[in-house]
Structure formats: structure tokens, C-alpha cells
Design a protein around this ligand. Sequence first.
Ligand code: FAD
Length: 477
Amino acid sequence: MSDTPLPAPLHDALLSLLGPAGLLTDAGDTDAFCTDWRLLYHGRCAAVLRPANTEECAKAVALCAEHGVPMVPQGGNTSMVGGATPDNSGKAVVISTTRMTRILNIDHADLTMTVEAGVTLKAAQDAAWAEDLMLPLSISSEGSADIGGVLATNAGGNNTVRYGNARELALGLEAVLPDGSVLDLMRKLRKDNTGYALRQLLVGSEGTLGIITTAVIQLQPRPRSRETALCAVADAKSALDLFAAFRKQDPAAIQAFEYMSGTSMALVNSLIESCPLPLSEPAPAYALVELGSPRNDDSLRTLMEEVLGQALEDGLVTDAVLAESETQRQNIWMIREEHAEAQKRAGASVKNDVSVPLAAIPDFIAEATKSCEALIPGIRVAPFGHIGDGNIHFNLVQPEGADAKAFLAQDHAMMDTVTDIVRKFGGSFSAEHGVGQLKTYMMPSWRGGAELETMRKIKAALDPHNLMNPGKIFLQG
Ligand code: FAD
């Protein structure tokens, strides 16, 4: 039993609404919902509610609101910023979407998919693929992150460069508001200019305005041909020049363009057994490029070979491997996708998920690397990310053998060092992971004045008692 139990009348009402499978109160069952993926936050909760559909969710939220109980929406619990973890008071309930897992419809005429919030991104992708379609949102956590979570955080990922963020893919939404009322925005329309676009307000709101329960997601035709290459380059500038070379030939063919520093690649190669470097020797940096086309022809291969051939001749690329089969393609992608896991295994790390204009990336990386190395001698600066979108995960891994706690005690100094440089280049302190609880302290200086005030007014209008995911996005008090 939780050490901060729910008031008995609320407990009984929730039990009769959700049944035993939908109401977890034993600490042994709730602990996993109170710890984040990075193991930075260990909160407590009075219970975990697992509604099976929108109606149950709405009734549960209304009951909690009536009793003044704070609520923390949670999907796959892969937040990088502690967004889905309750605080330490033990007063809140976690509302998990993990039982809302129905794929309701795949519409071939409109190229859409209607899904409940708890469908994992991977399950949604697989269902679209089985019908010859593609859900073009791809992130390394897609096996756990779910549709509600990716919309609530406006997730980006590997295919943003071509298809946009989650926001661009969300045509319709249904959400339970903090008082338990249901906001039905389940339209499938690509054109609909009828007042404020409320669905866009919910996308990226990180669970602070309501719980997304169902969504209509835009799909694409499934690519018939794909070409994938891992290239060794001298630095971020060369990677960007290679990106520009592909963009000049055929911007619409670029499905993904990723950057990996030599340091972050070396961590993956040494700490993840299944991910050796598939090139003859290590390089200072790498670019992963994927081209895709709904046509089944050789033109993509020709494009890839022509651009890479020229880049090798010009010295822009020093070595490259092209995937010759789907297995090889997946192996190349696995190397990219294991970056977060490898850094987790390397010890404590401080993540700076930042964006700057493309042209500023090389100077940003050089300057931020120098400043961080001066701040903490021996620090492992391991940037990687979606360079085609101007998005770099400028991650800092503790010096080998250092004390993890002592390293993390300096997290604000490290984050501020990096973001001061980001600010200078006109960037953002969070490109895709959101604010959560980790970065609330940055909001006043980055989004202060009328911008933050407007956000506060919206929050107060929809959630006057601050019950929906308190302590996230906004500093408390
Ligand atoms: P959770 O972690 O459960 O929740 C995240 C936030 O959304 C919380 O604020 C929560 O309260 C809220 N929320 C969750 N569900 C709902 C709902 N139904 N309604 C309203 N609010 C809700 N992110 C990227 O954008 N791009 C990447 O490339 C990327 N790569 C990652 C790789 C790894 C290995 C990991 C661990 C994370 C990565 N992330 C990435 C971050 C994370 O996976 C995304 O933020 C993801 O969108 C979160 O989905 P989730 O279901 O796990 O949400």
C-alpha cells in the first residue's frame, strides 16, 4: 500500500470505475511509474490509474479534480526531462495510458490512422506498414513511447527533416481536460480554419493542459526504395556540406540526415556489443544519410552513389559504407539508435537537446566543446543528433572514473554554459525533449515577458487549481 493513500471515498469510487487492473496502489506496482528513464527522478504517488478508454479516463479525472488530487499523465515513461514523473509529496496520482491500446482505423483514402493514446509508436508504425503505408515519425524510444506521449511532447526524431515533427502529423485529437470534460477534436481535415487550433495547443503541452486519449495521425505511402549510408567525415561542417550536396540534387529524397561525433560513436562501439564500427577506422565524426522514395527504381542508388562519389573525391567524406540489404540498413540505424543507451552505460550524463540555425552548428559545437572542457577537465563531450534539423544533442558524459553524484551536482553549470552559447547563436534550449521538470528554471529567462505570461494565462484558464502535471513547464510557487 502507498504510504500516502487516497482518501477512502475517492479510492472506492476509482476502484468501482476502473476495477483492480485499473487502480494500482501497492508501492511494488507503482514504483516503476515514479522513476524516469534516466533514473534522475524518484517520485512517489498515491496510486496509478490505468483507464481502458476515454470515458473511464474522463470519469477518473473528474473524480480526482473533485477531491483536489494532482494528476500526472504518463505514456511510455521515456521522457528525457522528468516530464512524466510525480514529485516527492506522494499526493499525486499517475494516469497511465498503457491500457488504451486500440488501433481504431486506417483510412487509405485520407491516408490517416486513428489510434488510442497508449498504442506504442512502434506498434502504430508496424500497423501502417502492414497496410502498405508509413507513419513517418521515428525515435529511438519508439518501442516504449506511445502516441499520447509523442504528441504531448511534440516529438521530433529521425524523419523530421522530411515530414516534420509530431505536430505536423496530428490532424485530430481527443483529450480529457483537467475538470474531466472531453474535448473532441477528432477531425481528419487538412484544411479547417474555424477559430483557434486547439489541437495544436495540446500538442507539446507536456500533460499540463489535459490528457490526450485518441488521435488522428497523418500517414504517407510506404517507401518502395531506400538507400542508407554511414559516412566518415572530418567534422560537423563537412557533415553539413554533405547534407547541402544531397539537398541540392533532390531535397525531397532525404528521409533522414544524422550526425554523430567520434566520441559518441566510440562509446556505442565499445559499450554496445552488437554495434561495432562498420568502417575501416574511427573518424572524428560521422553522418548517417537515408534517402527514400515511394517509387521502386534505381534512381535513389544512382543519386546516393553520385553524391557520395563526388564527396569522396572532394575529401568531404573520407570513408563510407552503403547498406546492401535491409539487415545492413537496420545495423547502421542500430548504431545511431543506441547512442542514448551507450551514454547511459558510460555513467552520468548531462543532456542538452538544443537547436541552432544550421549555419551556426560548427561554431556552436566548437565553442561549447571548449567551454565544457574548461569547466570540467576530462569531461567527455559526445554530441550527436538530427543535424539536418539544426538539432544537436550536445551531451556531456562524466569523466571516466569520476563520481556520478558529484558530476551531476554541477548540471546547471554545464547546462548554462552550453545554453549561453546556444542563445548567442539564436537557438533553443530544448529542441524536442521539452521542458519537463528538469528545465523549468530556464523558462523565465528564455520565454519570459509576454510569452511566458500568455502560457500561464492559458494554463490558469484550463486548469485553475493547477492539478494537471504540476511542476512541469512552469516553476512552482
Ligand atoms: P512520457 O515520457 O510518458 O511523457 C512525456 C510527457 O508527456 C510528460 O510530460 C507526460 O506528462 C506527457 N504525456 C504522456 N502521455 C500523455 C497523454 N496521453 N496526454 C497528455 N500528456 C501526456 N524525443 C524526441 O522528440 N526525439 C527523439 O529522437 C528522441 N529519442 C529518444 C531516445 C531515447 C532512448 C529516449 C529514452 C527518449 C527519446 N526521446 C526523444 C524522448 C521521449 O522518448 C519522447 O519525449 C517521447 O515523445 C515521450 O513519449 P512517452 O510516451 O514515453 O511519454
